[in-house]
Ligand binder design. Structure first.
Ligand SMILES: Cc1ncc(COP(=O)(O)O)c(C=O)c1O
Length: 367
């Protein structure tokens, strides 16, 4: 089952020789170990992502550096990345946030020029592309979560792929033991195959069964979701007081993780707040809410000393604020739940409610 799922991941996502893990977090942990960086090396990542894009670095003797994101996509800002690099920097991790590809042209250039490893977290972005190239194929290592809410769910699970066999072998050793760990090609690693590195991070076969079942119609399912979300974006186009989520030229949205328009407080009538607009949507039946993914910059793991001494290691996270891009990205940001149950009619009804809310609450757009 495990092997079958891994073959399917290779076929569907175009990733070389993938490995499955028990979670995306485990896959990221294995990625940080596989790159075998000196203790205290810095990993630079976006301030806006799920924490596990960066936090497993804590358990690989590394340190995390949070940098700002771009105000339109919420993705790692190349200029902020470049400014945060120090002699300790060894690695950059990008998340293709909510499914929108990060600025890989600039980011890969920076990593190449500065000799940095690049990890892509594709948990939100299955089947997304940038100028026709699949996300996950730009960097050294790609990891994705197959947790239940992701667009390719296995219940719980993670996928991993590396552009060099040695990184794959080390990741395998990091999270597996016996069985396939004894078959590693590198004799130095294979000598540790009985125990691996002592952690069990492999996927449960039942999760592989779920992952395989969800692979069956993945492409069609994501295409149908994309069509509905594009329809909703067309419905929001030109309305005062709200903007559909930005999709940059060249960006192919595969598995949108979440659909997040942005209410424009500056365009609302005097005395009308973002909350008023949101409540009006909700009262009229649009499943809209404030998004839950927050900033890493205020989380204790990035602001306070780690409470367990044995884990603390070299972990002294650096926050390269101020995070103006993140603030601009989050201002007025709401989320609209669109599920597989929705139809074009539901979407058109949502768009009509937005139009009515804008008519009532926003100042008219200048002609
Ligand atoms: C961007 C991102 N990276 C990593 C993870 C961690 O994956 P998992 O929950 O499978 O451990 C998640 C999960 O929510 C995520 O959204």
């Amino acid at each position: 089952m495990i092997g079958e799922l891994e073959q399917r991941i290779e076929k569907v996502l175009g990733l070389p020789d993938p490995l499955s893990f028990s979670s995306g977090t485990a896959g990221l942990h294995a990625a940080y170990l596989a790159l075998d960086m000196p203790p205290g090396s810095e990993v630079i990542g976006p301030v806006t992502t799920f924490h596990a894009s960066l936090t497993p670095a804590l358990h690989a003797g590394l340190n995390a550096v949070l940098v700002d994101v771009e105000p339109d996509t919420g993705n790692l800002c190349p200029a902020a990345l470049e400014a945060a690099i120090t002699p300790l920097t060894r690695c950059v991790t990008v998340t293709h946030y909510l499914g929108h590809p990060a600025a890989m042209e600039e980011i890969t250039r920076i990593c190449r020029e500065r000799g940095l490893h690049l990890i892509e977290d594709i948990s939100h972005a299955y089947l997304s592309t940038l100028n026709g190239q699949r996300v996950g194929t730009f960097g050294d290592i790609c990891v994705g979560s197959m947790q239940d809410r992701k667009s390719w769910p296995a219940g719980e699970g993670g996928l991993f792929s590396a552009s060099r066999p040695q990184w794959r072998e080390r990741a395998l050793l990091a999270g597996h033991y016996r069985g396939r760990a004894l078959l590693l090609e590198d004799p130095e690693l294979a000598a540790f195959g009985e125990t691996g590195l002592g952690l069990k991070m492999r996927m449960h076969p039942l999760a592989a069964v779920v992952g395989l079942a969800n692979a069956e119609d993945l492409v069609e399912r994501l295409a149908a979701r994309r069509a509905l979300l594009e329809r909703l974006s067309r419905g929001l186009q030109g309305l005062a007081g709200v903007r559909p989520p930005v999709v940059r030229p060249g960006a192919g949205m595969g598995g949108w993780f979440s659909y997040r328009p942005q209410i424009q407080p500056g365009e609302l009538k005097q005395g009308v707040a973002v909350d008023t607009y949101l409540r009006r949507l909700r009262d009229a039946g649009v499943p809209a809410h404030y998004p839950s993914v927050g900033s890493l910059s205020g989380m204790p793991l990035f602001t306070c000393p780690v409470p367990l001494h044995a884990a603390a290691g070299t972990w002294r996270p650096r926050r390269c604020g101020p995070f103006h891009g993140e603030s601009a990205y989050n201002a007025g940001r709401i989320s609209v739940s669109v599920t597989g149950e929705d139809t074009e009619e539901t979407i058109d009804a949502y768009a009509a409610v937005f139009a009515e809310a804008s008519q009532a609450l926003a100042r008219p757009v200048a002609a």
